[in-house]
Design a protein around this ligand. Structure first.
Ligand SMILES: Nc1ncnc2c1ncn2[C@@H]1O[C@H](COP(=O)(O)OS(=O)(=O)O)[C@@H](OP(=O)(O)O)[C@H]1O
Ligand SMILES: Nc1ncnc2c1ncn2[C@@H]1O[C@H](COP(=O)(O)OP(=O)(O)O)[C@@H](O)[C@H]1O
Length: 221
């Protein structure tokens, strides 16, 4: 294994300085759940409402991050050679999902240390990968830096929504490794927040997230 010499440098502006300037602490609010459960919709509503209250936020969303930071092999092949594209491109196999969440976790850690309330909306189906993000955040920051939001919407409901037609393709055998169909979704064991995504409207669920952020002293009343 090649040895790489890298050294961690302390920043001249600390996280606490940035949080003072922002007027609130940073943290990561991590939405997890099946495709179509409502992660994006709810996270966007929370983002908008917090933004309008003057809170410093940023939203990282699955499909969008897979267009830039974590593109597929085919996307990378447009501008790079096949070896490079193969080496760094990410799909939906177990190791690719693990690396997707690891990279995103590292990005949320940076945003959190910038004092932002960072909203992350990813299927993130494997418990171990989400738990690793939590551990890293709590080790580099502190308790309360990772708030796991389980958008608990039954598979039948997600499948009936199917906005991208992915479930239909998976049922037809045209898409392999679809979460909830032929790839597992491991629900959080002790999420900070659970939302009934199949039985309440998105605005009510977003309000519930903000209420809980207030209760935890992250956002002012
Ligand atoms: N096989 C398979 N399983 C699940 N989802 C799939 C798959 N293939 C493509 N998609 C689309 O990719 C979006 C999920 O990307 P994520 O980066 O959040 O996935 S993961 O956390 O790495 O599992 C997901 O977006 P959302 O529907 O917004 O969740 C899907 O649109
Ligand atoms: N609580 C909800 N009740 C009814 N429909 C919802 C709810 N949340 C999301 N939706 C709808 O379900 C579809 C999938 O939502 P989306 O936020 O894209 O899910 P995800 O990001 O988890 O894939 C969208 O058409 C959205 O309008």
């Amino acid at each position: 294994m090649e040895k790489v010499e890298v050294t961690w440098h302390e920043h001249a502006v600390a996280r606490a300085d940035r949080e003072r300037l922002n007027g609130h602490r940073g943290c990561v609010v991590w939405f997890t759940g099946l495709s179509g459960c409502g992660k994006s919709t709810i996270a966007n509503l929370v983002d908008r409402q917090l933004f309008e209250r003057g809170v410093h936020t940023f939203l990282l969303d699955g499909d969008n991050v897979r267009h830039g930071l974590n593109p597929s092999t085919a996307m990378l092949a447009e501008a790079h050679d096949a070896d490079f594209a193969q080496r760094f491109g990410l799909g939906f196999g177990p190791a690719d999902r693990e690396e997707n969440i690891r990279r995103i976790g590292a990005v949320t850690e940076l945003f959190c240390s910038a004092g932002l309330i960072t909203l992350a909306a990813f299927v993130s189906p494997y418990r171990k990968d989400r738990d690793l993000v939590r551990q890293r955040l709590e080790a580099s920051g502190g308790a309360g830096d990772f708030i796991e939001v389980f958008v608990d919407t039954p598979l039948e409901v997600c499948e009936s929504r199917d906005p991208k037609g992915l479930y239909k393709k998976a049922r037809a055998g045209e898409l392999k490794g679809m979460t909830g169909i032929d790839d597992p979704y491991e629900a959080p064991l002790k999420p900070e927040i659970t939302l009934a995504g199949g039985s309440a409207p998105p605005d009510k669920l977003a309000t519930e997230v903000i209420r809980q952020l207030m209760e935890r002293g992250i956002v002012r009343e």
